[in-house]
Design a protein around this ligand. Structure first.
Ligand SMILES: Nc1ncnc2c1ncn2[C@@H]1O[C@H](COP(=O)(O)OP(=O)(O)OP(=O)(O)O)[C@@H](O)[C@H]1O
Ligand SMILES: [Mg+2]
Length: 507
């Protein structure tokens, strides 16, 4: 249907990758100043549709229309100059550059807003103006190096970059998946500001609550098909889940009825100067221990030091009562202390390699007989773990980089399970995971606990942590601020007030 008001229309888009159809007459419309949420299960085709709009992938058929005119982008810079920008699911900034350099990167030759070339002073002051106009100046400065920024700040840089091109459309692919609640609130304010300046926003997220909080309309894709578009005001959670999944889902969190056994892992006085100090923890078999805290509290840092990715200044590690040394990631794997990392690119996965290779990589012991690689066994095991995790793929020989974001996360978990953990550390295990697959992961956690595995779970989604953990440690500034041991006593308020160092008043 023609509507002159749309700034952007994607019509009847079809796309196949090596013969497999991932978009089947899918589309979307965007009005100026609206937040249009795009939802759907992992692998539904959301990111692919956005990459087609941006000219990163070529479509097989269909059309992209801006302000009533059909457009054809050869790459993201064409889209950018036409007024569409995208903040990707995986950000990759250039670490040595400053904020301002990053924003004006590649524009040395093209004239932008009266800036003929890369003049450091001019670039810095233009950046500062933009930061002020969009109320981000208190969070970032033009001269900060990109490598010193956290994810929330890197996103702000991307947003500023987008608005500096006078973008009329901003695509955000899971912008909050690695933000804490507080940082998300900052992002929502920025989105409000953009909305008031008539920017149309396409917002991809698996978080139902925030979609309801910020969107005007919601479109749903399922298996590459456009299922429908609803006004947020008239939509319900249940209706959306039905549109996404095509069936009813169990509600709530499964209960951990596993028997709690002996202490499996004990950490004593772990220190890493300037990162964390006097970190003590013990976790029993069958127990799910939650680690809560704001982003930057040191939770991932402690766990990465435990499994040998980062050095420890001091501290002792006991596994089943025996002191062990971990100086390298392979020491942790040998001891069956396994981390499933949130950072799938850095610690988790090797892009360009197959799913099979990635899953088997740290598990050679499991897939070898008499120290020879047993290929049929490797295939069989990989297939069964991939199936257990419901990874959406054509075959385990596929490049892991071609999986959708959520399915990559499932592959990280498959790899960890194959390592036969005694202690399994799950760092943001459901980051970017759709509603249906989340409950699969929760059930797997309970199964693992019943097998006697001790689980340490880091999650920024407090409802999930409260729902799944038997006990919660709260960290702030690299220290443990408190412990909640009685499940009936868990509350978001208690956790947050500990995370803020007890400064939150009872309300
Ligand atoms: N470059 C590629 N090569 C081959 N297949 C691909 C490629 N990119 C995506 N796919 C496939 O297309 C399908 C849709 O992926 P897409 O990334 O669009 O999903 P998504 O809806 O963004 O999922 P998620 O919520 O997990 O991010 C998936 O099955 C994925 O494996
Ligand atoms: Mg995606």
């Amino acid at each position: 249907m023609a509507n002159d008001n749309y700034v952007l229309e994607a019509r009847e888009i079809c796309k196949s990758f090596s013969g497999v159809k991932v978009l089947d007459h899918a589309g979307l419309t965007v009005l100026p100043g609206e937040v249009h949420a795009l939802m759907g299960e992992n692998g539904a085709g959301k990111s692919t549709l956005m990459k087609i709009i941006m000219g990163i992938y070529t479509k097989d058929s269909g059309s992209i229309v801006m302000n009533g005119q059909e457009v054809e982008f050869k790459g993201p810079s064409d889209a950018l100059y036409a007024g569409i920008s995208m903040i990707h699911q995986e950000l990759s900034p250039i670490p040595e550059m400053t904020v301002a350099e990053n924003i004006f990167l590649g524009r040395e030759k093209r004239k932008i807003k009266g800036l003929p070339f890369m003049d450091r002073k001019a670039v810095n002051s233009s950046t500062m103006e933009l930061l002020e106009r969009y109320e981000m100046a208190e969070y970032i400065k033009p001269t900060m190096k990109m490598k010193t920024l956290n994810i929330a700040q890197i996103q702000m840089v991307e947003i500023i970059k987008a608005v500096s091109y006078d973008s009329k459309i901003l695509i955000m692919d899971e912008p909050t998946s690695s933000l804490s609640d507080k940082e998300s609130e900052v992002l929502f304010k920025i989105i409000e500001n953009l909305r008031s300046q008539q920017v149309g926003i396409i917002y991809i997220s698996h978080r139902m609550a925030e979609v309801f909080q910020i969107s005007d309309r919601i479109s749903v894709l399922r298996d590459g098909n456009f299922i429908g578009c609803v006004e947020t005001e008239s939509a319900s959670h249940q209706k959306l889940i039905n549109m996404m999944v095509g069936r009813e889902l169990e509600r709530g969190y499964p209960q951990n009825t596993a028997e709690k056994g002996e202490v499996v892992l004990e950490l004593k006085d772990m220190c890493s100067e300037g990162v964390f100090e006097n970190f003590n923890l013990s976790v029993r078999s069958g127990e799910i221990l939650g680690l809560a805290g704001l982003v930057g509290a040191g939770r991932s840092e402690v766990m990465q030091a435990l499994v040998g990715y980062d050095p420890l200044d001091s501290g002792e590690i006991y596994l089943e009562g025996e002191k062990i040394e971990i100086h390298h990631p392979s020491d942790a794997i040998k001891n069956h202390i396994i981390i499933a990392s949130e950072d799938r690119k850095e610690l988790g996965l090797v892009f360009g390699r197959s799913i099979r290779e990635n899953v088997a990589l740290q598990n050679l012991e499991q897939v070898s007989t008499a120290s020879f690689l047993n290929k049929p066994l490797e295939k069989k095991l990989c297939n069964s773990y991939a199936k257990e995790m419901t990874i959406k793929m054509n075959s385990i020989e596929e490049d892991i980089g071609s999986l959708s974001g959520g399915n990559q996360q499932k592959a990280v978990l498959a790899k960890s399970l194959m390592s036969k953990p005694k202690v399994l550390i799950m760092d943001e295990p459901t980051r970017g995971i759709d509603v249906g697959a989340k409950s699969t992961i929760y059930n797997i956690m309970i199964d693992l606990a019943k097998q006697g595995i001790a689980i340490i779970m880091i999650s920024s989604e407090l409802p999930e942590l409260i729902g799944m953990a038997d006990r919660i440690l709260v960290m702030s500034g690299g220290k443990i601020m408190g412990e909640l041991t009685d499940k009936k006593e868990f509350s978001q308020h208690k956790i947050l007030s500990m995370a803020f160092g007890g400064v939150l008043n009872e309300s």
